[in-house]
Design a protein around this ligand. Structure first.
Ligand SMILES: [Zn+2]
Length: 129
């Protein structure tokens, strides 16, 4: 932790870093307000699928959600179960919005897709993309 003697520019929060502000270097080596460091590191990072399994899970959940447009309960073995419906639809919407998911969401989506392999097909071999 240090105090600014010369002005290192703008913080990740969008505000200027002023002389006398308490600053830290973040993981990128950029100066930020000390108070903004933890805020930034806690912010979840959204990313696109990184391997064939995540791509398969994303496409599969979107398909299952599409088979179940009115959140109907598992009718004839099609669509999400009552238990998975809300989460499954929420994730499918996020995937379709194309902003990606967080690591934690990706893990949950792969787990959920694995449970629905009967509808979406078997999990592929893991290959990074
Ligand atoms: Zn800041």
């Amino acid at each position: 932790m240090s105090f600014v003697s010369r002005l290192p520019g703008t913080c990740v929060c969008g505000n200027a870093i002023n002389a006398g502000d308490l600053i830290e270097r973040n993981a990128m080596g950029k100066y930020v307000h000390a108070a903004c460091l933890s805020v930034q590191s806690l912010r979840p990072v959204y990313r696109i699928a990184k391997d064939t399994v995540e791509e398969w899970a994303a496409a599969g959940l979107v398909r299952v959600a599409g088979l179940d447009p009115d959140h109907a309960r598992e009718l004839n073995g099609v669509g999400f179960s009552r238990y998975d419906g809300d989460f499954g639809h929420d994730m499918a919407e996020k995937i379709l919005a194309e902003n990606g998911l967080t690591d934690k969401m990706w893990a949950a989506v792969v787990k959920l897709a694995t449970k629905y392999q009967r509808q979406i097909g078997p999990k592929p071999t893991l290959i990074a993309v």
